[in-house]
Unconditional design. Sequence first.
Length: 81
Amino acid sequence: HGVTTNPTLLERANEPCTVSNLHRLATKALCCNSSSSSSSGSYPPLKEFMCQTWGATPQEMYENGMAISAMDRERIVIKVP
């Protein structure tokens, strides 16, 4: 189980597409969801946070992807457009 986002979804949600904001969202999704509940009960723990890198060049995409995943390379999955 996991959650995914990309720059378009972030823009629609009025969330900045920055490394620091993605770290904040990943922390919230991966660390704090075990206490979340819905009308049907608790959600299962999330195993992955998937997000799309961005950049004007392949090098920028690589650098952004590495910066995003730096906080947890096991559970933060980088998608490349």
